[in-house]
Each structure stands twice: as C-alpha cells, then as structure tokens.
Design a protein around this ligand. Sequence first.
Ligand code: AMP
Length: 470
Amino acid sequence: MTQFTDLGLAKPLLKALADEGYVNPTPIQAQAIPGVMAGRDLLGIAQTGTGKTAAFALPILHRLAEDRRPAPRRSARVLVLSPTRELATQIAESFKAYGRHLGLSVAVIFGGVKYGPQMRALAGGVDVLVATPGRLIDHLQEKSVVLEGVETFVLDEADQMLDMGFIVPIRRIVKFLPKRRQNLFFSATMPAEIEKLTGEILNPNPLKVTVTPPSTTVERINQRVLFVEQQRKRALLAELFDDASFKRVIVFTRTKRGADRVARGLEQVGVEAASIHGDKSQGQRERALAAFKAGDVRALVATDIAARGIDIDAVSHVVQFELPNVPEAYVHRIGRTARAGADGSAVAFCADDERNLLKDIEKVTKQRIPNFDRRNDRHLGAATAALPDTGGKPERSERSAQPHRQGHQKKPNRNHSQGKPGHRPQGGPARTEAGGGERPAFKGPRRGGGQRSGGGRSGGGSRSGVWSNH
Ligand code: AMP
C-alpha cells in the first residue's frame, strides 16, 4: 500500500502529516498528488469524505515550498474557490494544518462580514487565498484583490456551485486569472453544465481521477425510511431522540423556516438543538456548528446548502425530516454520517405526498431503502410504538425489506416503546443520556498552526471573515 513517504512530498509536509497521524494516502490522494506535484491539471470526481482537500492542498503546498517567492500584492499565488463559508474555512484550516512547518500565509474571505479586515489581510499578498465567489467578485470590482499573480486555481464542489447559482460568477472570476496557470477542478457529480465548465477552465488533457461513487458511501450507511403523516413528523422526531444512540444528529429540512421550526420543536421537548441556514449570520452559524461539534447540542437542524461540505466526525444519525426535491441531495445528506470510514445511520421521513421523491431517490442510488421493521429496528426506540408495523414485510413492493445490516440492533427500552407521541418518559434533559461530558473529538486536521485574527473560538472561521498566518 502506498505511503505518504513514497510520494516525494517535501519533508515539512511529511512532518505535518505525521502530526495528523496520517500514514497512507486515500485513493484520490495517491492518484492525484504525483501528477499535481508535477504541475498537471486535475479533474477530480469526488465528494467530501474522500480526502480530496489534502489531495489538492498537499501538492500545492509542496510546489509553493519548492519555488519560494514573495506573494504578489493584493493577490495570491494560489486561489481556491469554495461554495460555502464553512467549507472555505475548513479548506483554509487544512492548508494551515498541512503547511504548519512551511511558514506560508493563508487567508480566507467570504461574505456576510466586514470588508476592511479582508482588504488589510490581502494588501501585502498571501500564498493561499480561499474564497467564496460572491465576496471575491466584490473585491475584484473594488480592485482590493487582483488575480494576475495566481499560479494555481482550485475550484471545489463545482456541482454545488451550480446548485447555488455561482456558475456565472465563476466564469467572471476566471476572466481575471492569467491564461497560464494550473487548474484543479473538483465535483461530486458531472452534470452537463459542469462538464462544459471543465472544458472552459482546464488545460487540455488533464489528469482524471474518479473516486468513491456515491454508492460506496451509501452502502456503509444503515438506512431506513419511515412512512409518517406530515403532521406527525415533529412528534416522531422527538421520539427518536428518546433513544440514547441518537447522540449527534443532523436533521435536514427543505426550508429555512422549517429548520427553525423543527429546532424550536426539539427544544420544547428538552432536546438541545440549533439550526443553520442561509439567513443566519456568520456568527450564529459558527456558534451552532461549534456547539454541535462540542456535543453541547444533540441536534443540528440544517438546510442542504448550509450543511453541504461540513466535515464533522461522529455524526451518529442523519434524519431527513423532509425528502429533498433533488435525489442527489439524499446521497449528500446521508454522507454527513459515516465519515472517515465509520458506519452511520440515516432515517428518512416520508409523507404520502413524498413517495414520488422516494422513488426518484431509489432510482438514482440504485438501491431500495428498507422501510421500518419493528423486529429489526428496535434501536429506533420510542418510534417503534408509533409506527405501523409492517412485520418486516415490504410495504410498497414485493421485494425484500430486510435490513442489509444488523449492527445497530439494541434491546428495546421498555419505557420508550410505551411512549405516546410527543410524550417524553425521561423528562430530564436528553443530554445526560447522550454522553454527558464526553466530548467526541473533531477529527479534521488539527489546528496547531498559526493564529487567527478573529479570536480563538472553535468551529472554524472568524467573525471578521478573514484570518491569515504569516
Ligand atoms: P475531505 O474529503 O477532504 O473532506 O476529508 C475527509 C476527512 O478525512 C477529513 O477529516 C480529513 O482530515 C481526513 N483525511 C484526509 N486524508 C486522510 C488520510 N490520508 N488519512 C486519514 N484521514 C485523512
């Protein structure tokens, strides 16, 4: 098996990888790093969780270290575009962690925060700039950022950019880049519009690496669909939390208002919950994420866009309060659990009017999602009392509804299985049963590197929306 030491990376990078405890590159890293180190363009078809960030950050840092020169003023040697603020922050943190022994500078800029600190951080130039497209365009228009000096351009999560309407801004940004440059292009899926964009951005004959088709992640996740009337969903969700195994749960809703409503509903029954979505301020989003990572809230209620790309380990369950309109989003949602090779559980609520969405999801994922079966799904705790018992038989078709793994079975909690909808037998705060003082580790790159200008809160990002380590 390939080891990082086989790839010819600069010594300070190997030291940082050893600090992280990484020995073997993931498949995308093993396939991408040598070519990118040699200066080739890359088309990576990969989603988060595959190690794609290090697959581009390591060879980029290597090239910067091998060819040291001052960063151009109001500019950067490397530009990384990310669709969301959270992902931008995570990427910058990865660069900082892997580059901690190299003394390079990294800055991140995104919207929703003041311009001044970002302008100041960029004035003298930085080695690596991670940005979201909207705010970068603002800076380009103000000429507080120029892109002539960029040597390497990374476009991350291109399909998410498309979903968020960023394709036009990206085309505008690319026009500011010098013609001669290295391009690294990542997307989890390849819709036609993205395929077209690859042709516009990449140099001819890029290195192509495809890893982890969605089904691989899908297979590691214990999935269930629960058929439930729309108006019973909130009570059912509360009941799920009666089971102590629902330790750290991301709940997906279709709308921002829905996310707030669901979070409030959980709080009302004693489950600590926070919501994140596009209408929340940067500070609110950071605080919610930090509290979730620290285990202070059991439930993070999120919309798709807010949650995409967030890398939080040890998410025990993903609950889809509503099914997504786009079937691919189902795969991204359940991928929030089962991170870093771990198993995870995903529960999808399906009301009558969502059955067509479920069919589409099953078509795209080429699987049948087993429906709830009282005998085998006792780990769902109190929920078992409230759901129709299908007796393990398929409710919707002739095919088997047997679960494809047994690993999550637990003895039923009698208290819970007697529970009435909305009734919480334990009464007390759910947090104690959820592991109390235990603080599950965030397994992303450790933040040993430089200082943030925005204060030392955990959870990524700074209030000013910019930090750098010179
Ligand atoms: P990504 O796909 O970039 O979001 O990475 C997913 C997770 O895997 C992150 O928490 C990384 O810190 C972690 N990771 C990346 N590369 C490795 C590796 N070679 N060995 C172990 N963990 C890794």
